[in-house]
Design a protein around this ligand. Sequence first.
Ligand SMILES: NC(=O)c1ccc[n+]([C@@H]2O[C@H](COP(=O)([O-])OP(=O)(O)OC[C@H]3O[C@@H](n4cnc5c(N)ncnc54)[C@H](O)[C@@H]3O)[C@@H](O)[C@H]2O)c1
Ligand SMILES: N[C@@H](CCO)C(=O)O
Ligand code: NA
Length: 447
Amino acid sequence: MPATPAAPRPLRVALLGCGVVGTQVARLLTHDAADLASRAGAPLELVGIAVRDVTAPRDAVIDRALLTDDAESLVDDADIVVEVMGGIEPARALLLRAIAAGAAVVTANKALLAEDGPTLYRAADSAGVDIYFEAAVAGAIPIVRPVRESLAGDDVRRVLGILNGTTNYVLDQMATTGASLEDALAEAQALGFAEADPTADVEGYDAAAKAAILASLAFHTRVSIADVAREGIRSVTAEDVAWAARTGYVIKLLAIADLREDGPGRAPSGVSVRVHPALVPLAHPLANVRGSFNAVFVEAAAAGELMFYGRGAGGAPTASAVLGDVVSAARHRVLGGKGPQESTYAALPILPTGAAITRYQVRVDVEDRHGVLAQVTQVLAEHGVSIEAVRQPTRQEDEVDDAEDGVAHLVLTTHAAPEASLAAMVDAVAALEPVRTVTSVLRVEGA
Ligand SMILES: NC(=O)c1ccc[n+]([C@@H]2O[C@H](COP(=O)([O-])OP(=O)(O)OC[C@H]3O[C@@H](n4cnc5c(N)ncnc54)[C@H](O)[C@@H]3O)[C@@H](O)[C@H]2O)c1
Ligand SMILES: N[C@@H](CCO)C(=O)O
Ligand code: NA
């Protein structure tokens, strides 16, 4: 009779951090233990949870006997280390320590990866262990794995996404309920979407970190957060939101990463990566991404357009992505094999902000007299910018906007041009004698 194979030894999982995400990771690891063991090929045993304060109140799902404030000892004796503490240090030092000790690591920490991912990738490579980070970009949405693995045989040309749940929630609330930015942000914080310091969300740092990670994977080029041109949503006003709706758009904080291709059949000359508020046409699928949801559009040479949609923030959705990575790393421990390594062979230059191709919608207050529009359009022509539409508000819209007598509003929407030409054009329009104020400049994307 053949011998019964020995039961695989349990894999020791250490959890670093027990906040919004960590609590849900602990819950899923323990709640679904039998199913996870079958999928991973070995039981996954949560052996400890590193926290700052072991006496602090915790959700009832947390087994307090697992809490420790000695993260280093925990890391030294684990097969898989899950980092959901956030921040640069001590997260980086603990992950490097785990890797050096031979553990596979799973992290949701986009800020760390976008600042210093290559240090971790190199360390994992030399130690021959897995580093996984699906939760770091767009929470529950599988996007890291599809870009890194499913599209490894294709050429990604462009990634366009809503990558921050907090700002999408805030902009959606401003557009649909008329809430102020501050009130909507407080709600997003209460719902667990926001970063520990919500400035990272509002000022676009969080989306920029995710954009850097995605661009690195998509274009086989190292892109760090410092390479990303970034603007947050702080300057978006209720009037901008209202005008977007009147002109057939909705304002979204977009992350855009694309290749500059200087002609058919020519090698790409660089990569442009940026995060900023943008007007998205109401008919575009990204316009319908509501609340804290995220979505990522990917354009690839052979695949064409792909869209990924789901919950980009929140404890349980993010924990789902973490658990998927834990199971992948566990399978490698049981069966052998290793996850993908960093791929940077293309090493494309990062293009300056001014080289990005975009469109502008500009709102200007001008003297209400004959010939002003001709002067404005002349300036656009001088900067090589062509106009797609000029709109002058109706009397009713002017009343809503409380227009002064003798002042006319103009809303100019341009065709695509390099950012540098568009910015120079706006400065020249602002300098015209009959122009009182440039009230708003927003980029138009996805049209
Ligand atoms: N909340 C989300 O929706 C979400 C989604 C995707 C990724 N993330 C990322 O996941 C990570 C965790 O996010 P979160 O929302 O759970 O944050 P959180 O602030 O709720 O939790 C982090 C926890 O780690 C603990 N911690 C911090 N430093 C520590 C240390 N030195 N030792 C022990 N514990 C420490 C904190 O006390 C806190 O309880 C971050 O990197 C974040 O960017 C969060
Ligand atoms: N603060 C982030 C969490 C998910 O990474 C967001 O709002 O999208
Ligand atoms: Na993800």
